[in-house]
Design a protein around this ligand. Structure first.
Ligand code: SF4
Ligand code: SF4
Ligand SMILES: [Zn+2]
Length: 264
């Protein structure tokens, strides 16, 4: 199996995985979405809310704010904590939010007791407060994974597609496939046939095949090669998200191996 980096940004990574099965590529995708732990606001106590939004709407908005932690490993998930889920500083990080209008309340107004825990983006609007309106909230965040609830989902847009293979045969250079391609994969230049200029952008839609009157172009998926695109919610770097997802898969595979060994 081989991994080649195509694009790396803080919030997005694209890479080519070759020599793997679709099940493995899908396993990486799923682990990024549902098995990498992160913090999210879990419960709130609303002491005052005279804004135009219902309490439930405030709660929902706070729950979906991505959070970062300097050291996430210091927190346990409530299920694995020594308090056995009762709630303690080892599995909860408290916060407070107090605001009075007129003002727009942003995610940056959420202040955690652990200075290492912060909102990933400071400018997420929560609610507009009119003159004299108040919002006073306390609560806590916990560490879980996306399999518990989507608010703990640190991978947002995670997908994969087969690497395309484009073969050009007896091309007459009519240019129809170039015009129909929605992703500018093909180009006509001085050569004797149409040329592939942006293979990774190909979505395997096969419009070019239908458009060619000479059956000169074929597009097929390479069965053991996949382009994966993983985007994070800002709570973790995209690169770390993939590494942690892979670690989780390895951990589970080892656990299965041990169980199988016990059975045999
Ligand atoms: S549509 Fe067919 S013949 Fe025309 S440029 Fe494309 S591959 Fe060549
Ligand atoms: S399959 Fe679709 S995206 Fe790929 S080259 Fe043909 S028209 Fe373009
Ligand atoms: Zn605890």
């Amino acid at each position: 199996m081989k991994v080649e980096l195509i694009e790396l940004r803080e919030d997005r990574i694209r890479f080519l995985l070759t020599g793997a099965t679709a099940a493995f590529a899908n396993g990486i995708r799923r682990a990024c979405m549902s098995e990498v732990p992160t913090l999210a606001i879990d419960e709130i106590r609303l002491y005052d809310n005279t804004s135009v939004l219902f309490d439930e709407q405030i709660s929902l908005r706070l729950g979906l704010i991505p959070l970062t932690a300097e050291d996430l490993d210091v927190y346990s998930s409530p299920e694995d904590c020594i308090c056995e889920g009762a709630g303690c500083p080892g599995c909860r990080v408290d916060f407070i939010l107090t605001a009075e209008g007129p003002k727009m309340v942003y995610s940056q107004d959420v202040v955690f007791t652990d200075p290492g825990v912060k909102v990933a983006f400071e400018g997420i609007p929560v609610v507009v407060l009119g003159e004299g309106e108040k919002l006073v909230v306390e609560g806590y965040a916990t560490k879980r994974t996306g399999s518990a609830h989507s608010k703990w989902q640190s991978g947002t847009t995670c997908g994969y597609k087969n690497l395309p293979r484009i073969d050009i045969g007896d091309c007459q250079k009519c240019g129809k496939c170039v015009k129909v391609c929605p992703r500018d994969v093909l180009a006509l230049d001085e050569g004797d046939r149409v040329r592939v200029v942006n293979l990774l952008a190909c979505s395997l839609c096969k419009l070019c095949i239908d458009e060619c009157d000479y059956q000169a172009i074929t597009v097929t998926p390479v069965p053991d090669s996949f382009v994966l695109t993983i985007e994070g919610d800002g709570s973790i770097k995209a690169k770390d998200l993939v590494v942690k997802a892979a670690e989780e898969i390895r951990h589970r595979a080892e656990m299965i191996g041990e169980k199988m060994a016990d059975l045999s």
